[in-house]
Design a protein around this ligand. Structure first.
Ligand code: GLA
Length: 383
C-alpha cells in the first residue's frame, strides 16, 4: 500500500487529512529470552513496518481500523477497561490507556492501521503497532516524551493490558533501530551500541508459517521459571537479583537444588548472555564464521535447554545449514513457531531462497515465507 493509498483509505473511512507514522518489525540476531532476565540482546529493525494514519477527535474516543483484520475497535479513554479482551486491538488501545494512566493528556483519535509485518511470526508485529500508535497519539495530542519512555509504556501495555510478560527488546528496537546496523542492548543499564551489519551478508528471514501465540501461557511460564531460579540461587549467592548476575558455572554448581527444568532454563539464559558478548566482538571484527557458530549454539540451547523451538523451526535450521553461503541460522523471537534468521552471503541469497523454499515444502508439506531483509531505522513520522 502506498502513502497515497493509505491516505485515501483513511479518508474514505473517517474523512480529514491524516498524519502518518511508521514503526518497524525486528529480527533478533542473537540473545533470546535474555531481555526479561536483564541480559543482552542484539536485534535489528527490519524493512517491514506498521503504518498508522491518524487525526484528532473532539471527544475522548479512540477508534481504530485494521486493514489486515478488516475490523474496527474503539475505547473511550474517559472510561476504559483495565485489561484487554484477547483481540488484536488490545495492543494499540492498551498503549492509549497506558499513556493516559501515565498522566499524559491524550486526545481522542481516529486511527487506520496498515500492517506489513507478518503476524504471529516472531517479527514483533505487536511492538510495531504499539510504537506507531503511541507516536501517533502523542504527536496529535501535542505531548512530548522521550523514546525510551515511549518504549517502556508500550511494554507496560503488553505486560499489563495484553497480559504477556514480555521484555523491552521489541519496543526498544522499534524506537531505536538504525539502518544497516544491529543494536546490542544491555537490558539492565539500557545502554546500547549500534554494530554495523557487514555489507557482504544479508539478513534472510524464513517463516515456518507456524503461528505462535506469545500471550500463551508458555512464554509467561518460562519467565516464572527464571524467577524461581533467581529465588533459589540468591539463597546461596546473595548478590544475585536476576540471571544476569549468574554464570553458567553457578548454575552447574546448584544443579541438584534447582531441579532439572529450572536448571536447563537458567543454563540457557546464562550461556546465551555469554554468546551475545562474543557475537558482538565477532561482528566488530567482521568474523562471520564465529558469529554463525554462536547462532547455531544459540538455537541448540533454545531447543534443548529453554525448550521454545518446534519441529518446523528445527527443520528450517537443519535445511539451511548446509546451503552454500550460509554463515549461521537460528530461530528468532519468542519461539513455538515463527521464523529463523539466516546470515547469508549476498551472492548466495538467490540460490539460498530457492533451495530453502523447495526443501521446506518437501520436508513439511508447508509453504514457507522467505524475506530478504535489511536493517532499518526506528519509528518516525512520515507525513
Ligand atoms: C518476544 C518478547 C521479547 C523477548 C523475545 C524472546 O519477542 O516480546 O521481549 O523476550 O520474545 O527473546
Amino acid at each position: 500500500m502506498t502513502l497515497d493509498e493509505l491516505t485515501a483509505a483513511f479518508q474514505k473511512l473517517y474523512g480529514g487529512q491524516p498524519r502518518i507514522y511508521r514503526a518497524p518489525g525486528r529480527v533478533n540476531l542473537i540473545g533470546e529470552h535474555t531481555d526479561y532476565n536483564k541480559g543482552f540482546v542484539m536485534p535489528a529493525a527490519i524493512n517491514f513496518s506498521t503504518w498508522v494514519a491518524v487525526t484528532k477527535r473532539d471527544d475522548s474516543v479512540v477508534k481504530i481500523h485494521s486493514d489486515i483484520f478488516e475490523e474496527d475497535a474503539e475505547i473511550d479513554l474517559a472510561n476504559s477497561a483495565a485489561h484487554g479482551r484477547k483481540h488484536w486491538s488490545d495492543y494499540p488501545l492498551g498503549v492509549a490507556i497506558k499513556l493516559k494512566e501515565a498522566g499524559h493528556n491524550i486526545y481522542g483519535a481516529n486511527l487506520f492501521v496498515h500492517g506489513e509485518v507478518p503476524l504471529g511470526s516472531g517479527l514483533s508485529s505487536s511492538a510495531a503497532i504499539e510504537v506507531s500508535t503511541g507516536l501517533a497519539l502523542l504527536d496529535i495530542s501535542g505531548v512530548k516524551i522521550d523514546r525510551l519512555g515511549l518504549a517502556k509504556i508500550c511494554q507496560m501495555a503488553e505486560n499489563e493490558f495484553v497480559g504477556a510478560r514480555t521484555g523491552l527488546m521489541d519496543q526498544f528496537i522499534a524506537c531505536f533501530g538504525k539502518a544497516d546496523h544491529a543494536v546490542m542492548l544491555d537490558c539492565r543499564s539500557l545502554e546500547s551500541r549500534a554494530l554495523p551489519v557487514p555489507d557482504d551478508v544479508k539478513l534472510v528471514v524464513c517463516n515456518t508459517m507456524v503461528k505462535h501465540e506469545l500471550a500463551s501461557s508458555e512464554y509467561n511460564a518460562r519467565r516464572e521459571q527464571c524467577e524461581e531460579g533467581v529465588r533459589i540461587l540468591s539463597q546461596h549467592l546473595p548478590n544475585v537479583t536476576s540471571l544476569r548476575d549468574v554464570t553458567p558455572d553457578d548454575v552447574e554448581k546448584f544443579r541438584a537444588e534447582l531441579g532439572e527444568v529450572i536448571f536447563k532454563r537458567c543454563l540457557h539464559v546464562t550461556t546465551e548472555n555469554d554468546r551475545v558478548l562474543k557475537a558482538a566482538d565477532a561482528l566488530r571484527d567482521r568474523d562471520l564464521k564465529t558469529f554463525g557458530k554462536l547462532m547455531y549454539e544459540s538455537h541448540n540451547s533454545l531447543r534443548d535447554d529453554y525448550e521454545v523451538s518446534c519441529q518446523e523451526l528445527d527443520v528450517m535450521v537443519d535445511l539451511a545449514k548446509p546451503i552454500k553461503g550460509v554463515f549461521g541460522v537460528r530461530m528468532t523471537g519468542g519461539g513455538f513457531g515463527g521464523c529463523t534468521i539466516n546470515l547469508v552471503s549476498v551472492e548466495a541469497v538467490g540460490e539460498f531462497t530457492e533451495s530453502i523454499r523447495n526443501s521446506y515444502v518437501q520436508a513439511t508439506g508447508k509453504q514457507s515465507g522467505v524475506y530478504i531483509c535489511s536493517a532499518a531505522d526506528g519509528a518516525g513520522r512520515i507525513q
